[in-house]
Design a protein around this ligand. Structure first.
Ligand code: NCD
Length: 359
């Protein structure tokens, strides 16, 4: 078994993402949720099934009462030092579904960080009062560091990474997989599908995490459509090559639409610009999906987006049944509830309840 208490931070940092993954598990399931590499296909299936069970159980008053009794003795800290609406709210809702009480810090200027406290010390403080820390930070790798630090402290509470820097957004990637699973339920699942990523693929962390998870499925082809300066990073390309995945890079969106099973749109991540107006140099108008593009899509394909969107998907597209991004967002709440339930080892009780009540 790989334990974060058995390895120094210096040695841990040198590991590859796949080598790090087992250290975040505990008893064969999630201990901390930090990187997409923690999730193999079996885990993704288990989480998807659990999310569906929670979704169905929560439909009745009695079912929701049962779910809310599971973790009513636990508290979660939502520590979002980077802007967030849906991820924050979906974690809040997921906690409420399972009965967890929550506290929040969303603005570092109202916390002691304003007085010069390090984020390390802030997280350590939260661990004194809470049983789970959900954190989003613009600092890449911070969630990983916190997981190591807390595991080696007297209060080893779990960390859930709700987005770190430009590098990882594991919970978004798992909910994206769940959305794909549900969308292709009747057409053979995710295996053999063609997923087309569009937009700012260099700085979008959701794409980086999802691209890895898709390698867990058989014969999934990945296409990256972006202006050259925002094209997917070399580390992702190297990861795909070593996984033996068929992938291609292009800036011609139109040519990729007719064969796509899923089109994953993203916005320009201009908050990462190092020079003013840097993102404006990319002509994003060729990477937008409107009614003309919709007309080129296969009838059984889907359009996804981690949201928030800007102009990359026209609002008229929302009415098309292939536009699944609102459902995708809602799926996030169920998947996050499934993850939290698993961290606290409540998955078996949920399964038992679902079987007993035939839901
Ligand atoms: C994404 C993020 O924060 O990386 N948003 C989200 O969590 N749904 C995508 C984005 O901000 O563009």
């Amino acid at each position: 078994m790989s334990l974060l208490t058995d390895i120094s931070w210096e040695s841990f940092q040198k590991l590859t993402l796949c080598e790090k993954a087992p250290y975040f598990r505990s008893n064969g399931h999630e201990g901390h949720v930090i990187i997409a590499q923690q999730f193999d296909r079996e885990r993704l299936d288990a989480l998807g099934n659990l999310a569906t069970r929670i979704r169905r159980i929560a439909k009745s008053h009695e079912g929701l009462d049962f779910l809310q009794s599971l973790l009513s003795h636990r508290r979660a800290m939502l520590y979002f030092s980077q802007p967030s609406t849906r991820t924050f709210l979906s974690f809040l809702a997921a906690c409420e579904i399972l009965g967890l009480k929550t506290g929040e810090v969303r603005d570092a200027s109202t916390s002691s960080e304003f007085k010069g406290e390090s984020q390390e010390d802030s997280v350590r403080t939260f661990s004194s009062y809470f049983d789970l820390i959900v954190m989003r930070s613009k600092i890449g790798g911070l969630a990983e560091r916190m997981a190591w630090l807390l595991s080696n402290s007297e209060r080893p509470v779990p960390i859930l990474n709700a987005g770190s820097g430009k590098d990882q957004h594991p919970t978004q990637a798992v909910l994206d997989i769940y959305t794909l699973q549900r969308s292709f339920e009747k057409s053979g699942g995710i295996d053999g599908k063609r997923v087309v990523f569009v937009g700012d693929l260099l700085r979008g962390r959701t794409v980086r995490s999802l691209s890895f998870l898709l390698t867990q499925y058989r014969d999934v082809e990945q296409v990256f459509v972006a202006p050259p300066q925002l094209q997917v990073a070399e580390d992702i390309q190297a990861m795909l090559t070593s996984a033996g995945v068929q992938f291609s890079l292009t800036d011609d969106f139109q040519s990729q639409i007719p064969d796509a099973d899923a089109i994953y749109m993203t916005r320009v991540q201009d908050e990462w610009d190092t020079q003013q107006g840097e993102s404006e140099k990319a002509d994003i108008s060729k990477f937008c999906l409107g009614m003309d593009e919709l007309a080129l899509m296969k009838p059984a394909s889907v359009i996804m987006h981690p949201l928030p969107r800007r102009e990359e998907i026209a609002v008229e597209v929302d009415h098309d049944p292939r536009a699944v991004y609102w459902r995708q967002m809602r799926n996030g709440m169920w998947v996050r509830a499934a993850m939290i339930a698993t961290i606290f080892e409540k998955h078996k009780r949920i399964e038992a309840y679902a079987n007993e009540h035939a839901v």
